[in-house]
Ligand binder design. Structure first.
Ligand SMILES: [Cu+2]
Length: 116
């Protein structure tokens, strides 16, 4: 019984990590040090406050909390955004939640939403 439970759990974990690597397969320059952290990053958004929005340049300045997937401490910094249309929904002073990835050497916001 105990051994079977353990076996079943192993299968579930294996399937989860397969799913995670398939999801990340299309990203260029994706530094995959350890799959577990990457899988967590895909679902957890970091808190931030919008300091400045530059739609023409496709950039946003965020005062963000700790970014575990990027190993970054809380700070204020400029990010690129994956899609400039993401900037239509936010303005300076807004509290947001976001996810960022390192793409071709530039930190890029891949997900952005208003904080509740
Ligand atoms: Cu930062």
């Amino acid at each position: 019984m105990n051994a079977f439970t353990r076996f079943a759990a192993t299968i579930v974990l294996g399937a989860a990590s397969l799913g995670a690597s398939a999801q990340h397969g299309g990203h260029e320059g994706h530094g995959h040090q350890h799959g577990h952290a990457a899988a967590e990053a895909a679902t957890s958004l970091a808190d931030a406050e919008v300091k400045k929005v530059d739609k023409e340049a496709g950039k946003i300045t965020l005062r963000h909390g700790e970014l575990k997937n990027l190993g970054m401490a809380p700070m204020t910094m400029v990010f690129r955004v994956k899609d400039a249309a993401m900037l239509d929904a936010v303005k300076a002073g807004d509290k947001v939640r976001f996810a960022a990835e390192r793409a071709n050497g530039a930190l890029t916001v891949v997900q952005l939403e208003a904080a509740q």
